[in-house]
Design a protein around this ligand. Structure first.
Ligand code: RIB
Length: 306
């Protein structure tokens, strides 16, 4: 039941702030943490923490961050055979600002992630063919995403596409060939140009994507839960009420955990429920990967909640 994440890794530079400085202003912020992140790596770590065998096809720079990123993936048991260094390039970095309401603002400098090309997917082909699921996000070049979707289709491997960060130039001819499309509300808004304030609006916007040809649209809505929309039906799984302190990487937590449970038996609803609990626990701690719970913690959390 191997999962392949073809995607990004970043070094997260997280500042915990009271308020954003204005132009020309210097402000003191209470705290800073550095950690391993990147939407792809976060999703890989979330699936691995749940117990999946995960391989990651990604690129790091040849800087001081590179070995640490590789070692970090390996610490979680992730196969890094196709995690390669790009000479003369910096690793991806993400300055992140988390405010006192636990909300984040993220900048990404893609660095080596820009160099993950369709050829890299082909190089990993023999190993990828043995995987049960491919997971993609948008922090790598679009031609690589399209190629990976086609690779999955050709070899009968389901594909999850997390359209984050959202891009208006996504080619839906390829995107519609993914099996699960998992945006958050703001990504859904950017992709459809439709309002997403109410659940009704979110459902309508998701339905537009279904009409374009997508099979499953799963919208993560933060504290409002998760909406799963198909041609036939739409259903919402409620979120768990928790005391959030840092929501960074919660969407990735959801996707990695969803991937883990989906490959077990194809039960989408159960995978959404488990991933909702996993993501809820992740926002109760600081950081991205460092905030992800272990399987025991998730089981314990659900036992208390039921
Ligand atoms: O989704 C959160 C992630 O977005 C962070 O880890 C950061 O690296 C950016 O990729």
């Amino acid at each position: 039941m191997n999962i392949a994440v073809i995607g990004s890794n970043m070094v997260d530079l997280i500042s915990y702030i009271e308020k954003m400085p204005k132009e020309g202003e210097t402000l003191e912020a209470p705290d800073f943490e550095i950690g391993c992140g990147g939407k792809g790596a976060n999703q890989a770590v979330a699936a691995a923490k749940m117990g999946s065998k995960v391989m990651m096809v990604t690129k790091v720079g040849d800087d001081l961050f590179a070995n640490n990123t590789i070692q970090n993936l390996e610490r979680y048991g992730i196969d890094t055979e196709f995690t390669n260094k790009v000479p003369g390039t910096s690793s991806g970095v993400a300055p992140i600002f988390v405010d006192q309401e636990s909300k984040n603002r993220i900048l990404i400098i893609k660095g080596a992630n820009q160099h993950l090309l369709p050829e890299d997917v082909d190089r990993a082909a023999e190993k990828l063919k043995k995987c049960s699921l491919i997971v993609l996000q948008l922090e790598i070049p679009l031609p690589t995403i399209y190629h990976a979707i086609e690779f999955g289709n050709k070899h009968g491997i389901p594909v999850i596409l997390n359209p984050a960060p959202a891009r208006k130039d996504l080619d839906f001819e390829y995107v519609c060939k993914s099996d699960f499309f998992i945006p958050n509300e703001s990504e859904l808004e950017i992709l459809t140009g439709m309002p997403v304030e109410s659940e009704d609006q979110i459902q309508k916007a998701a339905m537009v994507l279904i009409e374009k040809g997508l099979k499953n649209v799963i919208v993560t809505m933060g504290s409002r839960g998760v909406m799963w929309v198909t041609k036939e039906k739409s259903q919402t799984v409620d979120s768990h009420k928790v005391a959030a302190i840092d929501t960074t990487g919660a969407g990735d937590a959801f996707i990695g955990c969803f991937a883990h449970y989906f490959v077990q038996n194809g039960d989408v609803l159960n995978a959404i429920k488990m991933a909702t609990a996993f993501a809820a626990l992740s926002v109760t701690k600081r950081g991205t990967q460092t905030s992800y719970p272990g399987i025991d913690e998730v089981e314990q959390f659900l036992k208390v909640r039921v």
